[in-house]
Write a protein that binds this ligand. Structure first.
Ligand SMILES: Nc1ncnc2c1ncn2[C@@H]1O[C@H](COP(=O)(O)OP(=O)(O)O)[C@@H](O)[C@H]1O
Ligand SMILES: [Mg+2]
Length: 333
């Protein structure tokens, strides 16, 4: 991308400019309840894509901090897929790098060992590297991060250098989430300040100072989790539709799924499981009971109001319309 810019005398190719213009909208359509975070994410990414970052540093770096299940990883997945042709971030879980020798695990121990980081990035020129739960990493691993942010490169045990200048680096952390959970009625600015203070107490200030944007993710209230539930139902309908099961979810079934999936401290994490499990179980039951061969499956609450029930409408479908619609939805996903 940056090389394209140089070849183009600093002008952004129009197609790429369009991609960047759509970035904010794309993030907003996928991530709920974190508008304050998305603006800042889009701003760093736009500057990064335009080649404004320091030439010997990563294109941009983030610390996403906040409680579990509120969209820290999902935001990383969404922007990486959007900017890098459906790619996923290269992810490292820092709970597996808590010991002194964890550095060797990452960059190799012997002259013929590139380590896990070296192997994962070998031959890859751009993308996102995600280090989850950074507070668990050993101090020597944190030193390595400092080097990545400061010099844009590290040296592997093999003597090769690993270049990070084409990458975004994302660190996530749950630091301060106990406080966030307790500060139910505090304004978000206060929550933000408290969390960032905890971050500065627990991580080295040089490291925190080197990160382009430190963003506190908010906890998700009921209304936001409900929106996420509806979004997940939409995605599940597309997925099941592609398998030939046209489904409709009645409003009372949506209510049921929101109630089942809502979780105050685990965020939207259980919601995806609830939507998938209940909808898939309902369809599976209906198909195994001799149900539908080309009909719309309606998922609604059963008579006893305790479980989801399934009924099959045997109206002929306007197949072509539905196919077209599904194709469009799949593309948008
Ligand atoms: N703000 C959000 N908007 C949309 N979906 C979300 C959001 N937060 C969480 N989710 C859903 O919950 C799942 C877990 O969220 P994730 O981003 O992995 O949590 P964490 O903040 O712990 O990294 C995601 O895969 C996504 O389906
Ligand atoms: Mg995560």
């Amino acid at each position: 991308m940056v090389s394209e810019l140089i070849a183009n005398n600093g002008a952004l190719p129009e197609s790429r400019a369009d991609v960047l213009r759509g970035l904010g909208r794309h993030l907003t359509s996928r991530i709920r309840g974190q508008a304050h975070a998305l603006d800042r994410v889009a701003s760093v990414l736009t500057r990064g894509e335009m080649g404004f970052a320091h030439p010997r540093r990563p294109r941009g770096s983030f610390l996403f901090v906040g409680p579990t299940g509120v969209g820290k990883t999902e935001t990383t997945n969404v922007f990486t897929g959007y900017l890098f042709a459906d790619a996923s971030p290269i992810r490292f879980d820092m709970s597996e790098y808590q010991l002194q020798k964890s550095v060797d695990k990452l960059i190799g121990e012997t002259a013929n060992d590139r380590g896990l980081l070296g192997r994962a990035l070998h031959g890859v020129r751009c993308g996102t590297v995600l280090f989850d739960e950074i507070e668990k990493a050993h101090t020597l691993v944190l030193d390595l991060f400092l080097q990545i942010l400061e010099d844009g490169r590290i040296t592997l045990a093999t003597g090769e250098t690993l270049d990070f200048t084409g990458f975004y680096v994302v660190f996530t952390s749950n630091i301060g989430s106990a406080e966030v959970m307790r500060m139910v009625s505090a304004p978000f600015a206060t929550v933000e300040r408290t969390v960032l203070m905890r971050v500065c107490q627990l991580l080295r200030p040089e490291l925190v100072g080197r990160i382009t944007e430190k963003i506190v993710f908010a906890r998700l209230d009921y209304a936001t989790q409900r929106e996420i539930c509806e979004q997940l139902i939409g995605a599940e309908r597309v997925r099941l539709g592609a398998l030939g099961h046209e489904i409709e979810v009645a409003p009372d079934a949506v209510e049921f799924l929101v109630r089942e999936g809502f979780h105050r401290s685990l965020g939207a994490r259980p919601m995806r499981g609830a939507v998938e499990r209940y909808l898939q179980d309902a369809i599976a039951r209906s198909v195994l009971d001799g149900g539908p061969n080309g009909g719309r499956i309606v998922v609604a609450m059963g008579q006893d109001r305790l479980a989801l029930d399934v009924s099959v409408t045997r109206q002929p479908l306007f197949e072509q319309h539905l196919d077209l619609d599904l194709e469009r939805l799949c593309k948008r996903r």
